[in-house]
Design a binder for this molecule. Sequence first.
Ligand code: DGJ
Length: 725
Amino acid sequence: MITFDEATGIFHLQGKQTSYFMQKNEHNHLFHLYWGSRLAKRLPDYVLKEIKRASYIADTDHIKEYKLERLPQEYPAFGNSDLRKPAYQLSFQNGTQISDFRYIAHEISEGKPSLEGLPSLRESADCETLKITLQDDYQQVSMFLFYTLYEEADIITRHIELRNNSSDKLEINQLNSACVELPTNDLDLLHLSGSWARETHIQRTPLSQLNYRVESTRGSSSHEHNPFIALMDKETTETTGSVYSMNLVYSGNFEATVDVEMQDAVRMQIGINSTLFDWQLQPGKTFISPEAVLVYSQHGLQELTHKYHQAYQNYLMPPKFAKKERPILVNSWEACYFDLQEESLLELASSSKELGVELFVLDDGWFGHRDDTSSSLGDWFVDKQKFPQGLEHFINQIKQIGLDFGIWVEPEMISEDSDLYRKHPDWCIEVPGRLKSYSRGQFVLDLANAKVQDYLIEVLSELFQRYDIDYVKWDMNRSMTEAGSNILTNSQQKEFYHRYILGLYRVLETVTEQFPEILFENCAGGGGRFDPGMMYYMPQTWTSDDTDAIERLTIQEGSSLIYPAISMGAHVSQVPNHQIGRVTPLNTRGVVAMQGNFGYEMDLSKLSTEEKQEIQAQIDQFKLIRSTVQLGKFYRLAVPVKDNAKAWLFIDDQQVVVSYVQIHAKPNSPSKRLKLTGLNSETLYQLPSGEKRYGDELMAFGLAIDVVHKDFYSQQWILKKVEDE
Ligand code: DGJ
């Protein structure tokens, strides 16, 4: 419920367990009052008094007595008496950058408007939207603050729109999507960082009086940082304590900042990265910021995770796939790389089918004359050397074997050695007149150019129309450098990165709408663009190029913080692992890959009899638990020896699936138990051993962990719900 109290000027966004308060004061400035656990009726008046005292507000109009810096701003401006980091910065035609936006109106309505040209959460049956209009009279610019409350899901989405009502030019230098102030700095900052093959490692840092910045300047949301930030009490654990978080529904350069100011208050913000962004807002035009998702948890990271998972599965992913179990796949990449030979691929497909695989994915190397990374991106036509009878013929055979067919594309890229480049060398992103850098032997297409967007839509539509394709892996394998465009004017060059993302979204929107039956997998060298923006179009992501089971424990734990298992690709690969050289047991590789959308990234046609049996058993097991993993509820479990093991469980109405992976064996270690969580105390479960245990017993005493003197040992239990005795 969203309410506004005329007498006090207080807005209250009241979710199932969360309240968010702000106030417009007598000068029509908007202040942030509170974000935290739900308050049933109102904000206690001492909160208001204390904020007033701290700010030395006099009942006067004189700006000199009105210290904005001492007040928690809802959406802070630049250049006034608040010298902290602003949420936005504008440059006006007269050369000034100071603005003063004040409340003029608001509207509370049912439902949620979509954001034109940008992905955003779809509306729920119970959502309500608050639109606050602010105006800067000196410059005739309107600002609209949008808040949508999802009451049951207990989340808030926010975005900003800015309209230039004047006949002057207006430059937007920064426009964050959300800003929140917290009254204390006694907090930890949590974010997800890493690099290629080491994505989403959870980092937790105590705050001190500093400015913190989590960002991407790589053109994509990046492997380096996920567009996510959280502040939490120092005592916050998996199940206790407060967490305040923001996730940006955007796939390009972003910044998430935390500024701890001299009076110990904390300002947390998220939005497009202002370092590489300036936008000319022409008279009469409106600029729309990406959407930020704000999630508060009163009960630690677990509750935070549940809120994100439910919101993303219910309102972000393409609805058609949100509740649809995902096929078990075999992917040709680590099995063959570029050495694609029809005969061996068909062998791989038939062996996979015999083992129970459902989808065959033809990865990189099927098109142009691509035998390595140096050529053919842009030429999305089958390589007749590799598939002499054409792709249709190959797909038919895959279908005859009884498998669905998936294909790899990297549409945003272009190789210098390609027909497309020979025809359109000016379609690359580049700074006119400067040399451009190769990365992975390729350049990036200029998606800010509508002609390039149209071409991609056309060529992909033809491809997906012509062939019987069930699944598409959409890859993107390099960062952007020398980022400029041959078609943008001088003053628009600073808009390039955002225009690229808008172009990408237009292509994605068109193609995914045109082919609603195709399951799209998002990939950017693994998790380089694992963000809510991409999830809006593509319901799953290849979590990381690192397929090592032990590395994956950390990567998947980080991703699982916000992204549901049904969005995470996880495959079993061969050993020694191709990224790290580690040898782990097949069982452990299976247990870890069963934390997401399960599949194989290895040559299943060259297995020993024991491996075949084991893989068949893995696939059978995954089929038994798939709906629980992909549609159930997920819990990270506390392990007896921290940092030397990971454990997690999935639960639905029928069963509980518990997984445990030990990292290193320790000598002389006593037997330990793994306590479960999230179970109904009175539900009776049957263990694989045949023993029966109630939920409360399993939560109080747990399951016995084998004492095994082997590194990387793992266990998985399926606990079946049974009738009470
Ligand atoms: C990077 C992806 O993450 C891999 O899985 C694979 O598709 C390669 N690209 C192909 O070039």
